[in-house]
Design a protein around this ligand. Structure first.
Ligand SMILES: Nc1nc2c(ncn2[C@@H]2O[C@H](COP(=O)(O)OP(=O)(O)OP(=O)(O)O)[C@@H](O)[C@H]2O)c(=O)[nH]1
Ligand SMILES: [Mg+2]
Length: 411
């Protein structure tokens, strides 16, 4: 009702307006809504009857007293709820419920879509578990939360809902945990495509990563792809967790897998000799096994020691030729419906500029389909300011068709 829409105050906790109609309360004290609750207020005691004339006088006095009482109480009780205000009060309550819901959604649970800005005093590092499908990324993430954060099962972590950020859609679980010196913001993605998208688009800017390699398999195709992606996005340091060691009895075999990992890590530009490689079982750790738990603690200690916050003090200079890793939006994401070929000429857009560019595909790549990721060289019509690790967009007539990260500068 319109007459109830005046703001009569603000809730001290939520800041939400409280609606009501002051004027109605004051000027129309005899309206039905005012009577509710107050007509039962004590009325004036009746004086003893003396005579008929006296009775009339007393009755008139009593009526005046009752009316005065109503007016008086009516004025005082603007603060109290009336029937009129009840819908508005419940509106405030609803707002409170919404606020509570929002707060509950922001407590850093694994299903949170987007990293909450950490406001504590410790140094915050953003990391992710990366590695081949089924190698134990989510189980490891779960084990870490068990000992250092708010425990989430691997299933909860794997069931991340879809989000849209920077024009692309992906699934990612966010968990957070703390050591004595640091706070970690940690991402775990359910699928390979999600790693490609989040890392290339810069939706998740990593300081470091935990590469998970199952001891039963050793490095596999996506182990390589993720190492390459991390390197392209400018991640300098990683730690390695060799998972599923409970399934391998042979120590020599474990040492061989470790050697293989060190070689691969070096191949993609990381310090293969000194990168910590921890052998363990995240599954056993979750089940309460002491050695399993020890491997998780060793991993966290090595993260504290080996990983560092990425400080990007490099200055951007104008360049005309860059090498980049690019993810091409799928048709479903609003991208192209058809492939593009060598010499494709879209616009390249950064946070500060937009220029025409010509794309050169790597030798052997004939065409790029929507949904693909590809390395490319971009020649710019006019110089744009860039540095390694910067993210950019590829547009066609102003429409986003791909996202990229600068891997290196040629000119
Ligand atoms: N024995 C043993 N099994 C493990 C270990 N870690 C994970 N697993 C099992 O391996 C399977 C895959 O583990 P996940 O943690 O889901 O692997 P993931 O890398 O997150 O898989 P995707 O998200 O599908 O890429 C599950 O059945 C786990 O229980 C481990 O240390 N030891
Ligand atoms: Mg997983």
């Amino acid at each position: 009702m319109n007459q109830n829409n005046n703001i009569i105050g603000y809730d001290s906790q939520t800041g939400q307006p409280i609606y009501g109609n002051q004027n109605t309360n004051i000027q129309q004290p005899t309206q039905p809504q005012m009577n509710t609750g107050y007509t039962q207020q004590p009325t004036q005691p009746q004086p003893p009857k003396k005579s008929k004339k006296g009775l009339v006088v007393v009755a008139v006095l009593a009526i005046i007293a009752v009316i005065a009482g109503i007016v008086l109480f009516g004025n005082q009780d603007k603060k109290e709820p009336t029937n009129n205000e009840t819908p508005n009060n419940s509106e405030v309550e609803n707002n409170n419920e919404q606020n509570n819901e929002q707060q509950n959604n922001n407590t850093g649970s694994s299903s949170d879509l987007i990293e909450e800005e950490y406001t504590g005093t410790k140094q915050n590092l953003t990391v992710a578990t990366v590695g081949h499908v089924d190698h134990g990324k989510s189980t490891l993430t779960s084990a870490i939360t068990k000992f250092y954060g708010k425990y989430k099962t691997a299933d909860e972590i794997d069931g991340a809902p879809e989000v849209k950020k920077n024009g692309i859609t992906y699934n990612a679980s966010f968990v957070e945990y703390e050591t004595t010196s640091r706070h970690y913001s940690h991402y775990d993605m359910p699928g390979h495509a999600d790693y490609v998208k989040t890392i290339i688009s810069g939706s998740v800017k990593l300081d470091g990563a935990i590469l998970v390699v199952a001891a039963t398999d050793g490095p596999m195709a996506q182990t390589r792809e993720h190492l390459k992606l991390l390197h392209q996005a400018g991640v300098e340091k990683i730690v390695v967790y060799m998972s599923k060691c409970d399934m391998v009895d042979d120590n020599e075999l474990l040492s061989l897998v470790e050697m293989e990992i060190r070689e691969l890590v070096s191949e993609y530009g990381f310090d293969g000799d000194n990168t910590p490689i921890i052998k363990g079982s995240a599954l056993k750790a979750i089940e309460g096994d002491k050695d399993g738990e020890a491997s998780i603690r060793e991993l966290i200690t090595s993260m504290d020691k080996w990983l560092s916050k990425k400080e990007n003090h490099e200055i951007s200079y104008p360049h005309t030729k860059i090498n980049a890793a690019v993810y091409v939006l799928s048709k479903e994401e609003g991208g192209r419906h058809t492939p593009f070929f060598n010499d494709y000429k879209p616009q390249i857009s950064s946070s500060t500029a937009r220029e025409n560019g010509t794309i050169t595909l790597p030798a052997g790549v004939e065409m790029v389909m929507p949904g693909d990721n590809v390395d490319m060289t971009i020649t710019l019509e006019k110089a744009m300011s860039f540095k390694k690790g910067d993210n950019f967009q590829i547009l066609e007539d102003g429409k986003l068709v791909a996202v990229g990260v600068i891997e290196s500068i040629e000119q």
